[in-house]
Ligand binder design. Sequence first.
Ligand code: 6V0
Length: 336
Amino acid sequence: GDATATSETSGAGSERAYPVRVTIVGAGDVGVACAYNLLTRSVCSELVLVDVLKDKLKGHVMDLQHGGAFSSTRVTAADSYADTAHSTVCIITAGVRQRPGESRLELMARNAELFKHIIPPLVENSPDTLLLVVSNPVDLLTNLAWRMSGLPRHRVIGSGTYLDSSRFQTLIAQALGIDPISVQAMVLGEHGDSSFVYRSGITVGGVPLRKCFDMLPQADSSNGGFDGLVDRVHKQVVQAAYEVIELKGYTNWAIGSAVGSIVSAILQDQRKVVPISTAACALKGLESSDVFLSLPCVLGRNGVLETLQILPYMDEDERQQLRQSIAVLEEVVKKP
Ligand code: 6V0
């Protein structure tokens, strides 16, 4: 780990070094799963948790602190946003969940209201921070957080379809009888119903899956072969959250793993290529778009170092699906 390294200091000319501090706003089921995943990685020296429910916050922080003999990360509960000062990364998992019958737009309105109390004080105390939005609808809220924060675009990201991609890789691997880590695949676009699989880019051990499909242990050439499997698994991915929520009430462990991986990539300047929510205008050909959605990004200490220019490498129907995902998000943004 790199837990004792110092973060960039705020303000030019400042000599003071600060610990590598990561703040998580929202100590609900998702926030706590993110905290636990980060603790086990020992990538930061300090983890600060913020929540409006003070007793629940205190209980979670005490419980996490009691594992102190097994982790080099110190966990604290913030009394106020002043305690989050000089955070290298701020993760936002605060937010209400959808009520039965509530539209995404209505959820957006409620969570947008909440962000007014979160983003300004966070950025005021950590002017050089990177924001990682997890709260849903994640693409719209990442866009909002960027607008409210005044931070450059490359320093505001959303977890986006990184989780969907892991779900996809895992389910494809299960179907083929191989290890998920050996499957490279990206789900892109909106973290939601209009997400799509970058199917021409799916590889197994570096070989395009479309080409090596029949050679894999459990590949079933009936049922539409490669395309049939991709379609079925993508449907399962879109349904995954609804299914888990039906069974246990919420999802948290997989998103916690995804967030742990994103934050490690940032703190260790890994320059890892990940599908995360970013400004679509970074893609040549989409310069006029003002939405955020998931595209493959090179992620490092300064946030999004590069958005991969994949448009020319996409099949025409994939480009169409990307435009469709953008249209869905633009529609919501435009509504008064
Ligand atoms: P939860 O368990 O209700 O936790 C939310 C927490 O936020 C609660 O503890 C609240 O007290 C807290 N909170 C509310 N307002 C504030 C505020 N102003 N300041 C600080 N804290 C506040 O919800 P859960 O943790 O299950 O989900 C949180 C959000 O993550 C929701 O919007 C989910 O929809 C979203 N998810 C996003 C995922 C993704 O892939 N992007 C995955 C799972 C959930």
